[in-house]
Write a protein that binds this ligand. Structure first.
Ligand code: NAD
Ligand code: ISE
Length: 340
């Protein structure tokens, strides 16, 4: 059985996902594409794929069995609601949406539909290094986790397209989600500190330091730097009662020359998480073929959106911002406990 997929949003990650869906993975075919930039969609459409003028037409097309959303965050809500109305499984790049109210509307629609249709693109949960780190924490061999440090550095971000709210509502959402998942915990409040700005980021608040207060009392400190120049550097270290566990250095040749001893740092997220993106789609394709989804859920997207909202308020006010979640619908009961 080949899953017939339509891709909405054919920018950087849309093109990378089209590559993996057409050249890397099996059991899937890209039969349709859409972008508000129709010329761009047409220029990257794989052979035989139909270019749709609107996302809604693609979603409702009878030839499309499942949808991949790679448009900008603010466009996700309407596209997700159309997918639910059409009863089609959907992989939605993070962030799920960009406001808590929008996340609640998507939850209500999915719950009313009665079965999970949405997998959110929190690809770190599918990364081998993060999975091994979680296995150590879950084994209990190091005792209770007390703090987690999450370092999230981008070499650069697209000028003009990456706006001043995005370190918190586009980038931080990965750290919020992976912290909840690794520590099987929930974020109850957020503090933000804005140090001296990097001159490389123009008007952007960069870097940003975020402190996540978890329900258990554990604390997570996050460094978001989006113009750090030297590469894409993602780090994580958990301190527990009896020891510490960290993500490893990336496998890479060790070079010795006139500049010293060094290893390559990944250029961007495409390079660092290439295997994780492949794996998240393998699991999505398997579930979507059965008309449902597994993996990071709408509830997880909602939780990360609440953290982003609270962090934006904390950045404005300088004060601790509490987070209150609505009651979790039964549809999402296994969302944190399951493997991914
Ligand atoms: P991009 O700007 O390169 O591409 C986005 C594309 O979406 C553009 O071609 C734009 O024209 C199109 N678009 C915008 N609104 C649309 C709409 N309403 N309908 C159809 N097309 C629309 O951005 P990107 O870097 O590819 O990011 C896209 C999404 O993927 C964002 O949500 C981003 O946060 C996410 N992303 C995730 C990761 C990850 O590591 N998981 C990495 C990069 C981007
Ligand atoms: C981008 O959208 C991603 O999701 C990357 O993983 C993240 O590192 C980057 O900061 C975001 O802009």
């Amino acid at each position: 059985m080949t899953l017939k997929v339509g891709v909405i949003g054919t920018g950087m990650i849309g093109q990378d996902h089209i590559r993996r869906l057409t050249k890397v993975l099996s059991g899937v075919d890209v039969v349709a594409v859409n972008d508000i930039d129709v010329k761009r969609a047409a220029s990257v459409a794989p052979g035989g794929a139909v270019v749709f003028e609107t996302a809604g037409d693609l979603i409702r097309s009878e030839t499309v069995e499942a949808v991949v959303i790679c448009s900008w965050g603010p466009a996700h809500e309407a596209q997700l609601l159309d997918c639910i109305a059409a009863g089609k499984p959907v992989f939605c790049e993070k962030p799920l949406v960009t406001t808590a109210a929008a996340a609640r509307r998507v939850i209500e629609a999915e719950v009313a539909f009665g079965r999970r249709l949405i997998q959110v693109g929190f690809m770190r949960r599918f990364d081998g290094d993060y999975r091994r780190l979680k296995a150590v924490i879950d084994s209990g061999s190091l005792g209770t986790p007390l703090t987690y440090r999450s370092v999230h550095r981008n070499a650069s971000v697209p000028a003009g397209l990456y706006t001043s709210d995005m370190p918190l509502n586009d980038t931080l959402v990965h750290d919020a989600d992976i912290s909840r998942w690794l520590l099987s915990d929930e974020v109850k409040g957020v503090e933000v500190r804005l140090p001296r700005r990097s001159s490389r980021g123009g008007d952007l608040r960069d870097p940003t330091l975020v402190l996540l207060h978890l329900a258990s009392g554990a604390l997570v400190d996050v460094e978001i730097s989006v113009n750090i120049a030297y590469g894409y550097d993602i780090r994580g270290e958990v301190s527990c009662e009896n020891g510490v566990a960290s993500l490893p250095e990336r496998p890479s040749a060790v070079i010795r020359d006139q500049h010293g001893v060094r290893q390559r740092v990944p250029e961007d997220w495409r390079e660092r998480f290439i295997d994780a993106y492949d794996q998240e789609f393998r699991e999505w394709i398997a579930a979507a073929g059965q008309g449902t989804t597994t993996g990071p859920s709408t509830w997880d997207g909602y939780a990360a959106t609440l953290v982003a909202d609270a962090a934006l308020r904390a950045a404005e006010t300088g004060a601790f911002q509490p987070i209150t979640m609505v009651a979790k619908p039964g549809l999402y009961d296994t969302a944190i406990a399951q493997a991914a």
